[in-house]
Design a protein around this ligand. Sequence first.
Ligand SMILES: [Cu+2]
Length: 158
Amino acid sequence: MIRHLVFACLIFMAGQAYAHDFRLADLRLVHPFATPTPPTAQVGIAYVDISNQGNTAARLISARSHIAEVVELHTMTMNEGVMKMRQVQQIEIAANDTLKMRSGGGYHLMLIGLKQPLKAGEQFPLWLTFEKQGEIRIDVWVETAQDGGAAADAHHHH
Ligand SMILES: [Cu+2]
């Protein structure tokens, strides 16, 4: 019971005071969002910008959420006009650098085996594990790629 209360307060404070970003050691996780899916979709995609304020590279090595059977780290590339997605074992963020995830290419988190559709305006928790920094829970907002990208960009400018 007490543990639940503490947890609820932390989420409340994070949501209220800092709009939408999360800290883990030298890492800042900025405005995680996922795009809405049609009712019968089996997969969804989440994005989160990761700022590494440390002096060594950081590595995201896994992700999970109750909302999907598995969450894979993916990259997407265009090859002769054809979009190609593949799983990667890790996503590296260089020292003192920011990795931005956006729709249309590059890294993203693939939610496979969605247990419910992602509806605009809702949120869900996602756990990220980093090689050295360990695990963190973040709250992912469901919104369009355009809104999510714009909101994430705005976080980097203050
Ligand atoms: Cu993918």
